[in-house]
Each structure stands twice: as structure tokens, then as C-alpha cells.
Design a protein around this ligand. Sequence first.
Ligand code: PLP
Length: 392
Amino acid sequence: MHISDRTSSLEESFLNKWDSTVKYKILAGEDIIQFNLGQPGFACPDFVVKIIEEVNKRGKNNFYNHTAGTDGARQAAALFQKNMFGVEYDKDEIIITNGAKEALFLAFSAILNRGDEAVVIAPCWPSYIQQIKLAGAEPVIVDADEKFHLDIDAIKDAITQRTKVLVINNPNNPTGAVYEEEELLQISKLAADNDLIVISDEVYGTTVFDSKEHISIASLSGMKERSVVVDGFSKTLSMAGYRLGYAAASKEIISAMVKIKSNINGNTNSFFQTVIEKAVLEHFIELKTFVEFAGKEYEARRDFVCKKLLEMGIEFEKPEGTFYVFAKIPENYKGSSGEFAQYLLENAKVAVAPGKFFGDKYDRYFRISFGANMEEVEEGIGRVEKTIKSAI
Ligand code: PLP
């Protein structure tokens, strides 16, 4: 009665809600392995911990700051993009946000009008849909192809006069797909032909396997002006709880995002902006070394998980990046993906994410995150194997 229509029709983040359920069980003493989480299991790298200590000693981080982010943090984000993905941004083309999640919300709110359509590729990270609805616009879902890559013809067919935004997530959560240059070029052409903005969530850009390369959409000809690239340090530096993200886009879009943010929460945490400024601007070699080390670790875990799933007869597309595998629920289990996740939670004491979180069509799938450490991955997969063998 007292809740707005807009909020009544909104879903709480499925992933956050499910994670709370799991965490309360752990708090109550249950020994659960968390494969449901979208966060790396690594400790924050030592060089970042040292910077945190230095910044803490120095103090002076208790004041309000610029809404768009400190100059240092914006320069750090710009340097990160340049060194990692070869795209050059001016600091005024960057906004520092409370995680990539806030950057996405600000981007949708700044760009979409009531009644506009935003094309989203499924299976997808569920918050895109809710954020687009919050912005008053309509999400239009287009399924990926059978390898979870972009189905360009289907995307083309979904574009109407009302389409203003195309959302891509590369590398992809939940499938681990990493888009090829050719498919990104086709997306660029669609964007140019239809005057669209591409909101490209690239939070897993540093986690690609088999010597593949992450190509930022903004690196393609004519696309820097047409895209909002969203990134952050939650995944790259195992800093999810510190909530440091950013968006890179035209000055016009960034100014619009700043306008919204200034009325919601003002600046992003000053302390961690100083930390990231130092981590990128003064310790880039250590940062790169950590990223390479983490990438190799994830690749080894990916190989282990895929080998075990094959042995269990579970079908999946081999992830090309990220730390997720989106797998098919065994044929002889007849329940929904929510029931399957609940079943594994109760019987294997392993939390996975139900496929339905990522799109209605994916109720025969489940997502495993192998972001945790190798011992946990081995133990968790062992438990799943035992449970599936004995009962399903
Ligand atoms: N985008 C995707 C695809 C994600 O998987 C996540 C987190 O899991 C986010 C954005 C949000 O990241 P952040 O922690 O920076 O808000």
C-alpha cells in the first residue's frame, strides 16, 4: 500500500538474497562451500594491504570529496584502461562509483527515458533487468547462441525505433564466454546504424584464458563515443567489499551520471579512492603481476572443474574467461534450478546459483563459481560428485 508501483514490481537481487540465505546457514554453524559467490576467494594482494596501512596512517580521508571521484582515482582508472586494454580516457571521461553496480545504475538512469528499450543478452547478470526497469525503461531479452556467444541476427531483429541501449557483458557472467573481435565489430555496426549506446560491463576483463585477449568495445573504431564501459576493482584486485568501481564514457554521459550520484550518495569512499590511486599509479607492476597470477590460478581451477563435470556426465560450455561455469542440471533430476540448488545446499552442503536467476529460459542450468581457493573448489566439487552419484 505504501510502496511505490515502481518498487513493487522490482525484484530484490536474486544473487544477493540467495547469498544471505547461505550466509545465515554458515553463521548458524553449517559447513557450506560457497560456489554461489561472484567474488574472488583470494586475500586482497599484499601490496594493496600495505597501501591501506599507509593511507590509514596518513589520515585525512574523513572528508567529503568530489562526486565524480578524486582526480587521482580517475587518473588511476584511466591508466588502468590504457595499460590493460589500450583505450585512452581523459579523467573527465571517468566517474568513480560505489562498485560497478552503481556505475551501471547511473548509466541506465542517465541514458534511458521512460518507454525506451534496452536490449540485454541472456543468460545475464540479473541486476541489468531490474536497473533498466528502475530507470523506467523496458528490457528486451535476446538469447545468446548455443555456444553463449552473440546471436547478431537475433539482436538485429530485436532492435526497434524505441531501442536506445544495448547491454553486453564481456567476459560474461554466468557463461564465461569471451567475445571475439568479429562479433564486437558487428555489434559496433549495429550500434552505429541504429544510433545506440552500448553499455559494456567489463568487470571480468582481466580474467581470460587460453591466451585469449579481452577486447574492450571502446577500442573499436568509432565506439569510444558510443559506449559506456563499466569496470571496477572488486574482481581484479579481490576488493569486492571495498566497493570501488567506475564507468568510462563521453563527458556528456559522465556529467549526467555525476548529476544523479551527487543527489544520492555523493562521493565514493575517499579512503579506497586513495588506495586505488596509489595501487595503479605507483604500483602498476605489482598489480599486473597479481592479475597474471590470479588469471593462472583461475585457469587451473577452470580446468579442474571442467574435468570433474565431464566425469560426472554434466554438460557445459567451457568458460573462456571469468570464474564461472554455467552447467546443465543432470537429465534425471526433474526439479527446477531453484530446487536443484536447494538440494545441493542441503545434501552436498554446497551453494550454487540456480540458472533461473540469469533468465527464465535457463531453469535447467546452474552456475558454479570457482572464485574460491583450490582446496575449497576440490572439496566442493567432491561433495557435488558424491551427492549426484548417490542420489540423482
Ligand atoms: N557486473 C557483473 C557482471 C558482476 O558479476 C558483478 C558482480 O558480481 C558486478 C557487475 C558488480 O560488481 P561490483 O562489486 O563492482 O559492484
